[in-house]
Ligand binder design. Structure first.
Ligand code: BG6
Length: 484
């Protein structure tokens, strides 16, 4: 199936931190793919802005190298690369001084869409926003894109929101959570709100529990210093897992429009109950042979930061009262997988003699590595005499069903950047959403600090500490196996 590529409006995108890791690894290779697919207009420009004293030629070479290192099959397209880098520019800018701002002003075309990507430490947001206005570079139509971490608690997130609000309206601010740009995450909404089949069952009458697992095989080596100040709770749960939870649990918005969707997500976060300490298991990966432990990776032999977390949450509203939501995420796990499973209740009574096994319908939605959905259904075991029942998955792996196409293969970042240019905020977090998520997270983290909570060690390549298993076992439930 070939997707229809609709070019976006002409734009100038300025990336502050344009020489940084995110720009080279994700943003520019992603834009290159959009350029090749015909979505990025041939007149649009990307302007790298950073402290480094390189010029436009130097920047173009840097991005050629970045595409060679981080690009996919498209990195063989040398003619395409040359055409793309011809649309790149570079300005040396001093975020805290006057250097480069007048030059940036002269470079920008004000008659096209202007977007400013703050791929820098949050402590610089205020300086950048202020100078964009002092030098009359940004106006009431400009868009500003900011990255996580958006604060490290409610107070710091509020301060960041206030800083941005001094210079930009909420409708100009695009807070990225790259999980919202993943194809299957958007598919979650399509599945829920585009089918008659699921909605009548999507509540506490029919759903036993919901599980969200985001497991990674990588450790924190290389970014240990950052990670050790965050831990899995701030790095993954407060944002990515919370967003998945919202999309699974929210009511249908009246239309697929940014504020309508975000209003519904916000209601879910506000209905989340405080989590009891015994409903949370924190873990840290242990050393394994030559593989360093979490503490070695973090560079702190006494670190109490968690690289794994499993928790049981509840949403206090009519739809979900009494349905546990089990969340789990960790580094150095046995496989890389992100999966959401909706486990339906038992039938309650079987009409088939001798059938004592518990049969449950499970809808599982895989975000990565293989995007798809399976619905576990119970059928008669083929070829057997009598009525022997067996559970089988109705499988829909999207690549099999739809074939690889340009849109499906797109990385989350490129999809989200195109949405910024289109002016569509649906897949971006609103300020009040981020604050509500921190308001729920803060007491949990404060509780650990007050109790000097020590994470449990777990083996690399495992499913996390044994206590995480017990979290579900003691309620006669079981985590799904972590399979890549
Ligand atoms: C980032 C986290 O936001 O998401 C990382 O900071 C994590 O720690 C990453 O590895 C996971 O993203 P993905 O797209 O690889 O699942």
């Amino acid at each position: 199936m070939v997707s229809r590529v609709i070019p976006v409006e002409d734009f100038d995108l300025v990336i502050f931190g344009g020489t940084g890791d995110l720009a080279r690894r994700k943003i520019l290779p992603g834009l290159f793919r959009r350029f090749l697919s015909g979505q990025m207009p041939k007149t649009s420009r990307v302007i790298g802005a950073a402290r480094s004293d390189i010029n436009t030629d130097g920047y173009r070479q840097m991005i050629r190298d970045a595409i060679a290192e981080f690009g996919g099959a498209e990195k063989e397209n040398t003619a395409g690369i040359e055409a793309f880098v011809g649309q790149l520019h570079y300005v040396t800018v001093d975020a805290k001084g006057d250097g480069g701002w007048a030059e940036l002003h002269d470079l920008i075309r004000f008659e096209v869409v202007n977007a400013f990507y703050f791929s820098v430490a949050p402590s610089l947001f205020g300086d950048l926003a202020e100078r964009l206005h002092t030098y009359e570079i940004a106006d009431a139509d400009s868009r500003v894109v900011v990255e996580k971490p958006f604060g490290r608690d409610l107070a710091s997130a509020q301060a960041l929101n206030e800083t941005l609000a001094e210079h930009f309206k909420e409708s100009q601010v695009y807070r990225i959570d790259h999980y919202l740009g993943k194809e299957t995450v958007q598919n979650l909404m399509a599945v829920r709100f585009g089918n008659m089949l699921f909605e009548p069952l999507w509540n506490n009458h029919y759903v036993d529990h919901i599980e969200i697992t985001v497991a990674e095989t990588v450790g924190v080596g290389g970014r240990g210093a950052y990670y050790d100040k965050s831990g899995a709770m701030r790095d993954m749960v407060q944002n990515h897992l919370m967003q998945l939870l919202c999309l699974i649990a929210m009511e249908a918005p009246s239309e697929f429009e940014s504020d309508a969707v975000r209003d519904e997500k916000l209601k879910v976060i506000r209905a989340l109950q405080p989590v009891e300490p015994h409903h949370i298991v924190r873990g840290q990966y242990d050393a394994a042979g030559d593989e360093p432990s979490y503490r070695e990776d973090a560079g702190d032999p006494r670190s109490f930061t968690e690289s794994f977390i499993a928790m049981r949450c509840e949403i206090a509203n009519w739809r979900w009262a009494g349905v546990p939501f089990y969340l789990r995420t960790g580094k150095k796990m046995k496989a890389r997988t992100s999966e959401i499973s909706v486990v339906f209740k038992d039938l309650g009574h079987s009409i088939f003699p001798g059938d004592e096994k518990r049969h449950r319908n499970i809808l599982s939605i895989q975000l990565q590595p293989n995007e798809g959905m399976q619905l576990q259904v119970t059928i008669k075991e083929p070829g057997q005499g009598g009525m022997r029942l067996v559970d089988v998955p109705l499988d829909m792996t999207f690549a099999d069903a739809l074939g690889p196409d340009a849109e499906g293969a797109a990385d989350a970042y490129e999809r989200l950047i195109m949405d910024v240019i289109r002016g569509n905020q649906t897949l971006f977090m609103r300020g009040d959403e981020v604050e509500a998520a921190w308001a729920w997270t803060d007491p949990i983290i404060e509780g650990w600090q007050a109790r000097n909570d020590v994470p449990k060690l777990y083996d690399q390549g495992s499913s996390g500490p044994d206590d995480a298993m017990a979290l579900m076992h003691r309620e006669d439930r079981k985590w799904r196996d972590i399979k890549g």
